[in-house]
Design a binder for this molecule. Structure first.
Ligand code: LLP
Length: 443
């Protein structure tokens, strides 16, 4: 992922951003439409900040990916990108499996109707309780990330009289050429088993009780926009598959991970057909069951965060436009200097000549900024904006920092829309908290 300052050339204007995103359009009276629904109508009804997800966009993206991978690889949606039940149910209905990284995500995926046999459990620190729960459910695949975890899983599965379907996650020591905080396949990263240690550990997995080794997994990072890192990693994995098979070990499955990038600004995102080409070229002759675990690519472009301008603070070198959304809602700009498009909801605003502003939230941190030196039409208190590409790693990374209730969420499908999560109420903020008697009595 590129930080703000990694881009060259002027920032695209709101008109440029909307022109490049077919699900969006401006209506002279109603303002910005997503799939034909006026985002102003949703903001009028629910207030702001509010997440809005377009089911049609998610469906179209899933179908495009599935078509490119038909007969080649199965899609297991990475639940962490957007774990709303409505999103999970949508992908389940389209035939997706799931990739989960915690007991909570496993429970969500099951609650949304995804069969346990279609669920993959990834993650570097699964607890014994989570592994037990996954085995009891009859999970389809457990991606083991260390020798220590392999021993733990063998003991638990044996104790339960189960056979755990195991895949070893390999750290291929390949640079995904993305933001350092979301690079996962380098030697120094905490993820996966060092490449050279895999053959011995795979043999160990075949020997240990309670384990059924199926194959290997790799995930080198997220927001990958070039084919090269995939090609390099999968070429290494193909070699490993051949080496393991040469020693008589069965390898039937290869989980290629997620990571497909999207266009936040004007990046050239990786097309599904390009990924399919890389899978064919690197793994084509190996007779493997292939799996991918995309998250961002499926949901990122399908979501926006609606916000209103609280006030415009006159300042040098640029005015601060203070929104009612903040880093507690959408953390990506603060955490990764991620660039998100910001467009006004009013059609006449989108046409006005832009001026350079800083767009910030009201949270008490200087890092609570959505954009710096961004060309936007003049905004006034009450003006509404949509922050684009907020469908992935948006609501799932929200917090109630500064005692700010979690934002509402709505889903659009064609001409209809529905609330899928009401705004958190103020008294929900302290629900479950108690003041112990010794504090009540003191003072
Ligand atoms: N599989 C594994 C094992 C993963 O760790 C991840 C993401 C995925 C699949 C899905 O990756 P995707 O297709 O979404 O790139 N919060 C960061 C992204 C963190 C990604 C973590 N792992 C962000 O907002 O950019």
């Amino acid at each position: 992922m590129a930080a703000d300052n990694d881009f060259s050339g002027p920032d695209p204007t709101p008109a440029d951003l909307i022109a490049a995103r077919p699900p969006f359009s401006y209506h002279a009276m109603d303002g910005l439409l997503l799939e034909g629904v006026a985002l102003n109508a949703i903001a009028d009804s629910l207030g702001t900040p509010t997440w809005v997800y377009a089911a049609g966009v998610m469906r179209a993206r899933y179908r495009a990916l599935a078509a490119a991978l038909a007969g080649l690889a199965a899609i297991h949606y990475a639940v962490k990108a957007n774990d709303h039940l409505a999103v999970l149910r949508l992908f389940a209905s389209l035939g997706a499996g799931a990739d989960v990284v915690s007991g909570g995500e496993l429970a969500r995926a099951r609650r949304a109707g995804i069969a346990p046999g279609r669920i993959i459990f990834s993650g570097v620190g699964k607890t014994a309780a989570e592994l037990r729960c996954a085995l009891a459910a009859g999970i389809g695949q457990i991606n083991v990330e260390s020798a220590e975890e392999l021993a733990m899983l063998s003991a638990i599965a044996s104790d339960m009289g189960r056979e755990a379907p195991v895949v070893l996650r390999v750290n291929p020591d390949i640079d995904a050429k993305t933001h350092p905080k979301i690079t996962t396949g380098l030697r120094g990263n905490k993820f996966g088993i060092p490449f050279d240690a895999v053959p011995a550990l795979y043999a160990e997995a075949a020997r240990l009780p309670g384990l059924r080794p199926l194959g290997l997994a790799v995930h080198i990072g997220s927001q990958i926009t070039e084919a090269g890192p995939y090609r390099a990693a999968l070429t290494r994995l193909a070699g490993l598959v051949r080496d393991l098979r040469a020693t008589g070990l069965p390898v039937t499955r290869l989980d290629c991970g997620g990571g497909l990038g999207i266009a936040y600004r004007d990046e050239a995102a990786l097309a599904p057909a390009v990924l399919a080409g890389v899978l064919r070229a690197t793994l084509g002759g190996l007779d493997l069951d292939l799996v991918i675990e995309p998250g961002r690519w499926l949901v990122g472009p399908a979501g926006v965060l609606l916000a209103s301008v609280v006030l415009v603070k006159n300042a040098a070198p640029r005015p601060f436009v203070v929104l009612d959304a903040a880093m507690n809602d959408l953390l990506r700009p603060a955490l990764y200097e991620a660039w998100h498009g910001i467009v006004p909801l009013a059609a006449k605003d989108a046409k006005a000549p832009p001026i350079a502003v800083d767009i910030v939230g009201p949270v008490c941190e200087s890092g609570d900024s959505f954009a710096t030196d961004r060309p936007l039409p003049p905004l006034v208190p009450g003006s509404r904006v949509a922050i684009l590409e907020a469908g992935a790693y948006g609501a799932v990374m929200s917090s109630t920092y500064n005692a700010r209730p979690l934002a509402a969420a709505a889903m659009i499908d064609g001409a209809q829309w529905a609330v899928i999560r009401p705004r958190q109420r103020e008294d929900d903020l302290w629900r479950g908290e108690s003041v112990p008697p010794f504090i009540e009595a003191s003072g």
